[in-house]
Design a protein around this ligand. Structure first.
Ligand SMILES: [Zn+2]
Length: 312
């Protein structure tokens, strides 16, 4: 896959021949009237904003006529979406973009994605999904492949009015050190799980420490991880590693974990988010609602037909 940009002709083919109204998720359609829509018509940004549609048929007509470069909807509901008036709550959203992952085991340059880092993004999504369901009791959670990563979107009615979302972000990413690291469950368990997820992927280039310290941490990696899993309080007792280094090491992982999710998207309820069923033209992939994340493979389920038909 070369993730090349879609041409105007390919966009027309996509919206005329492949896009189906039924691929717009139910959680969007059920309150479509209350969402703001935003369109990027030429790849220069979302200049056509504050649009509203009373039903999905009208939206469908618009897409077929305009075959836009990109389509977003608000995560918020408004009684008058065209003016963004009378805010009625917002989905709780987590945006995990493979291109922005600091620690990845592939060779991608900054800003690019490949099969390997898309898979690593999916592993992060699975962990966050489990935390949202088991710890926060989220019930109506939808997963979306965004074209270059994943969105988790919760629409439980208890969640919608929440204004302070940064604490939830810290919780699910394990980016704040717990007072007690070895409690059996609740937040310390999330912290340990996210710590292991990140540390397991780290290599020499991910450590800002001296070579000696980096080598010690990496040669003890399996030991550290298995001790953490077994609740050993001395999991970081390593020859040559003092308290300051231990603290720097934990802080490093916390900092990486805080960047797993694009925090601005979670915290800012005025955000717009790519609409599932539409085309991510920059990389020629479909943004799709995921029915089964375990078996989901973006290279099978999110590649539009026109990509297979390309001659070059
Ligand atoms: Zn990659």
């Amino acid at each position: 896959m070369d993730f090349k940009e879609a041409s105007l002709r390919e966009r027309r083919i996509y919206y005329h021949e492949e896009w189906k109204e039924k691929d717009v998720p139910e959680f969007i359609i059920e309150r479509i009237k209350e969402r703001e829509f935003a369109f990027d018509h030429d790849g220069n940004g979302y200049n056509d904003r504050y649009k509203g549609f009373d039903n999905v048929n009208l939206f469908s007509d618009f897409l077929i006529k305009n075959f836009p470069y990109a389509v977003c909807t608000s995560v918020s509901y408004y009684s008058k979406p065209k003016n963004r008036e009378d805010w009625k709550g917002a989905e709780l959203v987590f945006d995990i973009d493979a291109k922005d992952l600091i620690v990845k085991t592939c060779e991608c340059k900054a800003g690019y994605v490949c099969e390997k880092c898309l898979f690593e993004a999916k592993e992060i999504v699975l962990q966050i999904r489990d935390t949202l369901i088991s710890d926060l009791g989220i019930k109506r959670l939808f997963l979306v492949y965004s074209g270059r990563g994943y969105h988790l979107r919760a629409v439980d009615k208890e969640i919608l009015p929440l204004e302070r979302r940064s604490e939830i972000l810290e919780y699910v990413t394990g980016s704040k050190r717990p007072k007690e690291l070895f409690l059996f469950n609740s937040y310390p368990a999330v912290y340990r799980k996210m710590f292991i997820l990140t540390f397991a992927k780290m290599t020499e280039k991910d450590f800002p420490f001296t070579k000696n310290i980096t080598d010690s941490l990496l040669s003890e990696k399996e030991n550290i991880i298995s001790k953490l899993k077994a609740y050993h309080v001395d999991f970081l007792t390593i020859k040559g590693i003092g308290d300051k280094t231990k603290n720097d090491f934990l802080s490093l992982i916390e900092q990486i974990n805080s960047s797993l999710v694009d925090g601005k998207v979670t915290v800012d309820v005025k955000r717009i988010l790519r609409l599932p069923s539409t085309l991510h033209s920059k990389v020629s992939m479909k943004c799709v609602e995921i029915k089964n994340i375990e078996t989901f493979d973006p290279l099978k389920q999110a590649v539009p037909q026109f990509v297979h038909e390309r001659k070059d």
